[in-house]
Design a protein around this ligand. Structure first.
Ligand SMILES: Nc1ncnc2c1ncn2[C@@H]1O[C@H](COP(=O)(O)OP(=O)(O)O)[C@@H](O)[C@H]1O
Ligand SMILES: [Mg+2]
Length: 273
């Protein structure tokens, strides 16, 4: 084989491997999403079952009303989660449109609410007013899920998770910081964390997440395809901050509806709680 065709052959193999990596990243993300929603749903079902039992046991109106309220609130939360997942599953395009990052963060946190409570993670939001970002909301949500789950896993005994949103004046980008106060990353590991399959975890944890080493490689690929930046700052024992820079949408562009726009027709007034 001459040099040129050998090179072409290698390039072909690299392309195939890249496609396989992208596929593995997607499957991992899907697996973690299924695991997240199953756990969240199970919790909601427990609430519904327990309050239904309470309502059956007690015949007085006050208790029954309370039971119905709780059941309705839990069901509405279930509907929100379903909508979130359907939004993720439906939106497979690569299209970029102006996305409200506050809404996107909130939609993402809905999916992790129970998990964060369970591990006693307190979410601290510092959102400055920012213009909409010109991104693929679905893909950026995937990045957020990965970063939030990593942050949670870095704080096995609970702690604070700070989310910051601010305009970055110098370059017209929007800055989003996910900071945890957990284990931190040793200096010798730091250069490798974005490598595909690099993981310090033994395997998926009790909630079925982590251990593949594909999360951050996916984050990097997605952010790079957006011509954004992803940066990490970490001090062992103190915590880690991931900073994303995302392009802001041109001033006049209309904002896209949230990707979790209701898929289930629900004529009731949602009870939030
Ligand atoms: N917030 C964080 N705190 C501490 N270590 C982290 C954090 N995020 C990522 N890491 C390190 O980077 C590695 C790679 O992360 P990732 O690509 O998401 O793979 P995985 O979570 O499956 O291990 C992790 O195994 C961990 O060692
Ligand atoms: Mg991970």
């Amino acid at each position: 084989m001459d040099g040129a065709s050998h090179e072409a052959n290698l390039q072909e193999q690299v392309d195939i491997l890249k496609q396989q990596l992208a596929q593995a990243q997607k499957l991992t993300a899907l697996g973690e999403l299924v695991s997240t929603t199953t756990h969240e749903f199970n919790n909601i079902l427990m609430t519904i079952i327990n309050y239904a039992k309470l309502g059956l046991r007690h015949r007085d109106n006050a208790t029954r009303e309370k039971a119905f309220d709780k059941i309705l609130a839990a069901s509405n939360r279930a509907a929100k989660i379903t909508n979130g997942v359907l939004g993720i599953a439906r939106n497979r395009s690569d299209e970029r449109e102006p996305v409200d990052l506050v809404q996107l963060l909130d939609d993402t946190l809905v999916l992790l609410e129970r998990e964060m409570n369970k591990y006693r993670i307190r979410i601290d939001k510092r959102f400055e007013p920012v213009p909409p970002a010109l991104v693929n909301g679905n893909q950026i949500q995937q990045v957020l899920l990965n970063l939030l789950i990593n942050a949670r896993q870095a704080m096995p005994n609970g702690g604070r998770l700070a989310l910051k949103l601010s305009p970055s004046a110098d370059d017209g980008m929007i800055e989003l910081v996910v900071r945890d106060y957990g284990s931190g990353i040793p200096a010798d590991k730091l250069p490798r964390i974005f490598d595909p399959f690099f993981s310090t975890k033994k395997g998926p944890d009790a909630s079925g997440k982590g251990g593949t080493g594909l999360g951050l490689s996916m984050c990097r690929d997605i952010i790079e395809s957006h011509h954004g930046r992803i940066r990490v700052d970490s001090s062992p024992g103190k915590g880690t901050a991931f900073t994303l820079k995302l392009p802001a949408a041109p001033q006049s562009a209309p904002i896209a509806p949230p990707i979790s726009a209701p898929a289930i027709s629900n004529t009731q007034t949602p009870v939030t709680g």
